[in-house]
Design a protein around this ligand. Structure first.
Ligand code: SF4
Length: 200
């Protein structure tokens, strides 16, 4: 259906990452992802197909319009998002998206977070508000990480975050992320604060 979207879950939380950390938010996690990160611990298969109006009603029931609505995944750009963004705006939400950047963001989001999981050459969405690299690709070597990260710094983003790899087995590569921030201060050390707050 034209205005239906495959949704994994909709829940109230506080943004745990990036420049909007701490902000009350409705997270709208969508189903599906074709990126295939080896270290992925995200369940993006389960869920249901919902009309856009139902998504908005559920978001309005859990946070006040005026808060942010964060559309994430999985990989949210695998679905057509224009109707959802239009209705989020109509309901009074700021519409944010978190994408791996494997394709262009076409809907009129107010805030674009790109977290590339593939190489620079295979990252299509090359502008936005914040860019977050996870130090999982390439792995734990500062020269490799610095070479991988360098071209992303040339892109028009306001914030650049470098994130240790957080995994059920632990947190990896924090030291080389810190070293990167000291070599190139435009990189800031990222955190996934919701995991420390123990909230969704
Ligand atoms: Fe998992 Fe995100 Fe990678 Fe998709 S892009 S496989 S959801 S980590």
């Amino acid at each position: 259906m034209e205005n239906s979207i495959r949704v994994h879950s909709i829940f109230a939380t506080n943004q745990g990452e990036g420049a909007w950390i701490g902000q009350a938010a409705a997270f709208i996690r969508l189903q599906g992802c074709s990126v295939g990160c080896a270290w992925c611990d995200t369940d993006y298969d389960s869920g249901e197909t919902l009309e856009v109006g139902e998504i908005i009603a559920r978001a309005c029931a859990i946070v006040c319009p005026g808060a942010i609505a964060v559309v994430t995944g999985g990989e949210p750009t695998e679905q057509r998002l224009e109707p959802l963004v239009e209705e989020l705006h109509r309901a009074g939400f700021r519409a944010h998206i978190e994408t791996s950047g494997i394709r262009h963001v076409t809907a009129a989001f107010d805030w674009i977070t790109v977290s590339p999981k593939r190489s620079f050459d295979r990252t299509e969405q090359r502008f936005g508000n914040e860019l977050k690299l996870v130090a999982a690709y390439p792995p734990d070597n500062i020269d490799c990480l610095a070479a991988h990260a360098a071209p992303f710094l040339e892109l028009p983003f306001e914030y650049f975050w470098i994130s240790p790899l957080e995994h059920p087995k632990g947190v990896f590569n924090t030291a080389i992320c810190q070293e990167l921030t000291q070599r190139e201060p435009r990189w800031r050390l990222a955190i996934q604060a919701h995991k420390y707050w123990n909230i969704p």
